[in-house]
Design a protein around this ligand. Structure first.
Ligand SMILES: Cc1cc2nc3c(=O)[nH]c(=O)nc-3n(C[C@H](O)[C@H](O)[C@H](O)COP(=O)(O)OP(=O)(O)OC[C@H]3O[C@@H](n4cnc5c(N)ncnc54)[C@H](O)[C@@H]3O)c2cc1C
Length: 305
């Protein structure tokens, strides 16, 4: 982390909540379902699909996990009724994974079953490496029963090359990202170029194996290389999609859409926005520095505008 990142991150905990809220607006679609749906409509009009995420994670009480389940059970029909071109993403620890795998399974299964009734897809996000095995197990169990669900692989993890090969055999629907969590060296690559190489290798394994991949990155080099790969493999636009976070790399997003690729924007919303922002900060101070510099207008993306 640079000295500037350290200074910015050091300052952030003392920034008053309303100011954090003001600057998070670009990345979070609001606190209510209505605000989330309004953002989803704007993105649909701009040619992007969406995946809607109710903010929250690391829940340790059954009541909170059941409330999260009910939030998604209400969100799916709301998306459907609003005619939004979109699906949902959820975090296993918000649905009770830290309490018990079976409890989380029951909650996520209820959401996936509701999604199946409505013809809506449910993405199971990937959290830190202590949850990878259990999350993949949840996914495999659900996949035995449902087609409308998918999971996430993180290129930073050393295990991902093997997981990609296994999921390709299942012709799974996989979001591939770099991974946001700071992991122990024993399980995770650290070097940016190695993570990029690992990303592209896993992407090729997945696509060649017949998996549907959500290519989730704002890294321009990876976007370009991924475009080359889908071209080389002769894939139709329906066989993959790009994915980006709300408020990030909007110029690149427009370029991808204009080039005829499908692109989905991750739209987080909900009352837990503050906890989400501060947790991200603790987990990945470098990312917080990136975001803060962007807010302050110091990022390369802003300078190019
Ligand atoms: C749709 C989507 C879903 C994701 N789901 C998961 C998940 O389930 N599990 C998981 O571990 N990770 C997830 N991630 C996060 C991902 O793992 C990376 O941490 C994140 O995307 C940054 O990596 P990058 O590939 O964009 O490359 P980077 O090199 O990190 O970023 C490229 C550029 O994008 C910009 N940028 C990237 N992220 C942000 C940001 N948050 N705010 C502002 N600017 C930013 C910066 O300008 C940066 O220079 C997801 C990412 C996306 C796009």
């Amino acid at each position: 982390m640079s000295i500037l990142d350290r200074m910015i991150v050091g300052m952030m905990p003392v920034v008053p909540r309303p100011i954090v809220g003001y600057f998070s607006k670009r990345y979070i679609a609001g606190q209510t379902v209505e605000q989330g749906l309004a953002e989803a409509h704007r993105l649909n009009e701009a040619g992007c699909m969406v995946t809607m995420d109710i903010l929250g994670e690391d829940v340790h009480s059954r009541e909170q996990a059941l409330a999260a389940r009910d939030g998604y059970l209400a969100l799916l029909p709301a998306i459907h009724a609003a005619g939004v071109d979109g699906n949902v993403s959820l975090k296993p620890t918000m649905l009770g994974l830290s309490i018990s795998t079976d409890f989380a399974y029951d909650n996520i299964r209820a959401i996936v079953a509701r999604g199946a009734e409505l013809g809506r897809f449910v993405r199971i996000d990937m959290e830190d490496a202590t949850t990878t095995d259990r999350t993949l197990e949840l996914y495999r169990r659900l996949r035995g029963e449902f087609d409308n669900t998918g999971v996430v692989l993180q290129a930073c993890l050393r295990r991902t090359v093997n997981d990609a090969a296994e999921l390709a055999k299942m012709r799974a629907n996989v979001r591939l990202c770099k991974g946001i969590y700071i992991e122990p060296y024993a399980v995770s690559w650290r070097d940016r170029e190695i993570i990029r190489a690992s990303y592209l290798y896993a992407l090729e394994v997945l696509l060649r194996g017949g998996a549907y991949v959500g290519i989730a990155t704002h890294d321009e080099l990876l976007v370009a290389r991924s475009m080359h790969l889908v071209h080389r493999l002769g894939l139709a636009p329906q066989q993959y999609e790009f994915q980006m976070l709300l408020g990030v790399a909007e110029r690149l997003r427009q370029v991808v859409v204009a080039d005829g690729h499908r692109l989905r924007v991750y739209v987080p919303f909900g009352r837990e926005w503050y906890a989400y922002s501060t947790r991200r900060l603790r987990e990945n101070p470098k990312m917080a520095g990136t975001i803060a510099r962007d807010i302050l207008g110091l990022s390369a993306e802003r300078r190019r505008r």
